[in-house]
Ligand binder design. Structure first.
Ligand SMILES: [Fe+2]
Length: 188
């Protein structure tokens, strides 16, 4: 069975595919083109149903253990729970901007690209920080018994986009990711 950290890392690499897909849309939009709302909506829907509800709470539990085992290491990376709340807020702001454009509420193109950029930047920075500092610190400090207890506390759920897709709001995003991945040169 994959360890909790392996599962969280796998979530990050999947999440990065979503961020890349959204960035392609935002770049096209920023250059005066159109933005595929279904793809952008898929990214938002995913973040609000999987990371916000499952991935981040699992990390919060690991963080609580780290605080108990190595308070200094935990303090050095700030307050992960607050960061997760902030990510949920930038996600919400981006969702509001996207909804406004979809409903033809007049707004500057910049408003949407700014909200999308804040969302993308927030998520990318957060993932980087966790990969570089949080996961290694947790792996150093937590005991095998900690990991056993954490695994018992939070059973993994199926990823609603990559593992168990039965929501059509993910269709356009999933197809875009598959098409993009199939066009990458092998070995990339
Ligand atoms: Fe994370």
């Amino acid at each position: 069975m994959a360890s909790i950290i392996d599962a969280l890392r796998s979530d990050h690499s999947r999440l990065t595919k979503l961020l890349d897909a959204l960035e392609r849309q935002v770049d096209a939009f920023g250059e005066g083109g159109t933005l595929d709302f279904e793809i952008a909506d898929g990214v938002l829907h995913y973040c609000q149903t999987y990371p916000d509800l499952h991935h981040h709470p699992r990390e919060d539990m690991v963080f609580d253990r780290l605080k108990a085992r190595d308070p200094e290491a935990a303090a050095a990376m700030g307050d992960l729970r607050t960061e997760h709340r902030k990510l949920a807020q930038v996600t919400e702001r981006f969702a509001e901007a996207l909804a406004a454009v979809e409903q033809d509420i007049p707004m500057e193109r910049d408003e949407l690209t700014n909200a999308a950029s804040a969302f993308l930047k927030g998520y990318r920075h957060h993932i980087l920080m966790e990969e570089k500092y949080f996961f290694p610190a947790a792996q150093r400090a937590l005991t095998p018994e900690d990991w056993r207890q954490l695994a018992a506390q939070a059973a993994p759920i199926a990823d609603p986009l990559f593992d168990n897709r039965n929501d059509e709001r993910f269709d356009a995003l999933y197809q875009d990711i598959v098409a993009w991945d199939s066009n990458l040169p092998t070995g990339a």
